[in-house]
Ligand binder design. Structure first.
Ligand code: FAD
Length: 394
């Protein structure tokens, strides 16, 4: 029988791994991808959908190409257990599937109780929209229905979390919508972090495009001591209770629950990996990808997950078919849109050391850049989105 790879999760990491293993092994490896959803909405560019720069269907992808072009066996089901001794996974629908190598790429889940008063049961009153799809649609609708002069509040997450610049790109996109539709509205950000990704760039952009609209409260101003009451639509920031009209709660995060069930997480809630191959430090037959990992200097991003997936795919093929493996190289860029044609970016290349995925060199947009460069940066991001989603889903 052919060697078999089972992949848990068909997001940025899992879809890329499925495509690369199937494509490059040319049928020598049996690839099974297990993913519950039939349509995957990318979180990347979901903020642009909120801002009115993209249609929802432009961030939707399906698995037909992986099945028809590359022969990936796509199973729409949930993995609920991993038997590491027997090398099998079990699914919610009651199936058991054997693997020679397992790839675990389940993204993130939220830490229960991270924001007192908030729970998944309350996510329609106070959406997280940190997994894209229905939650993103809901948040957009709530922003557009805000009363004149109303308040939008974001409860920003502590490190480490999916997409470091994501909350601040979202603030920019919310401000863009409100500036057009509801210019007397206010935006409040309660943040447990004293600084955040591309902070100077965002703050310059907010000042320039959305003067006086965004109030950011870091930990010195109580941003780290927040609770919410979804029924009353209030936010308590360090004892000061605010009535708000829309509240975007982005809780603290951990690896997708199945990673913990499989015994792949450590006390941090994320999965330690061997950088050169993305193998779990807990089990050499398992590779972990993307947001679920402790990826050293790499941020949790779709670009990172895609880059890590290629490293894992090469290692898996080498282990199962004897193909050649080259030294692991990783890269990432995170683009953010601040306002129409005002794009910024931060990125780096990385290599595997024994201990961690280590940054080699990097770049970041500068404050005060001219409009033409910012427009070119935004256009570069459009090309990136088209290219990377084709690299994931075919
Ligand atoms: P995911 O893409 O979340 O995929 C995980 C998949 O696993 C899901 O489809 C899920 O259904 C499935 N799954 C979970 N549990 C199971 C199970 N038990 N069984 C089977 N399947 C399971 N990144 C960028 O590179 N650029 C950006 O511009 C960018 N913008 C962002 C903006 C926002 C608002 C957000 C929230 C994120 C953004 N990101 C961006 C980050 C990016 O979306 C994530 O880092 C990326 O999706 C991580 O990929 P992943 O494969 O680890 O997880």
């Amino acid at each position: 029988a052919k060697p078999r790879v089972v992949i848990v999760g068909g997001g940025a990491g899992g879809a890329t791994a499925a495509r690369y293993i199937a494509k490059d092994s040319q049928g020598a490896i049996d690839v099974i991808l297990i993913e519950p959803t039939r349509t995957y909405y990318t979180c990347f560019f979901s903020n642009l959908y909120i801002g009115g720069f993209r249609e929802l269907n432009s961030i939707a992808h399906n698995y037909g190409g992986l099945a028809s072009e590359y022969g990936v066996n796509v199973v729409h089901d949930w993995v609920i257990g991993v038997d590491r001794d027997a090398k099998t996974v079990s699914t919610a629908a009651g199936h058991s599937l054997a693997y020679d190598r397992l790839i675990v790429a389940p993204g993130i889940d939220f830490v229960d109780g991270a924001v007192p008063g908030w729970s998944t049961a309350a996510q329609n009153k106070m959406p997280h929209s940190w997994k894209a799809g229905s939650q993103t649609q809901l948040l957009k609708a709530q922003i557009e229905a805000m009363p004149e002069g109303g308040t939008f509040c974001m409860v920003a997450p502590p490190n480490p979390y999916r997409c470091p610049p994501g909350p601040y790109e979202r603030i920019s996109m919310v401000a863009h919508v409100l500036k057009e539709r509801n210019p007397t509205a206010k935006i409040l950000v309660a943040d447990p972090k004293p600084k955040f990704s591309k902070m100077a760039l965002f703050q310059e952009g907010w000042e320039r495009h959305y003067t006086g609209m965004v109030e950011w409260l870091g930990p010195d101003f109580g941003g780290g001591n927040v609770s919410v009451d979804p029924d009353a639509m209030t936010v308590d920031i360090d004892g000061s209770v605010e009535k708000v009209d829309v509240c975007n709660v982005i809780p603290a995060q951990k690896a997708g629950h199945i990673a913990q069930v499989a015994g792949l997480t450590d006390a941090s809630g994320f999965c330690p990996i061997v950088p050169a191959t993305m193998q779990s430090r807990m089990d050499e037959n398992i590779h972990v990808l993307g947001d679920a990992t402790i990826a050293g200097d790499m941020p949790k991003s779709g670009f990172s997950a895609n880059s890590q997936a290629k490293v894992a795919a090469m290692a898996v093929r080498a282990a199962l078919t004897g193909s050649r493996a080259f030294p692991a190289k990783f890269s990432n860029t995170c683009w953010s849109l601040i306002d129409t044609d005002d794009g910024v970016k931060v990125g780096a290349s990385y290599q595997a050391t024994e201990e961690k995925i280590a940054k080699v060199d990097g770049f970041i947009s500068q404050t005060g850049e001219d409009a033409a460069l910012r427009k070119a940066t935004y256009e570069e991001s459009l090309g990136w989105y088209a290219g990377i989603t084709a690299d994931m889903f075919g």
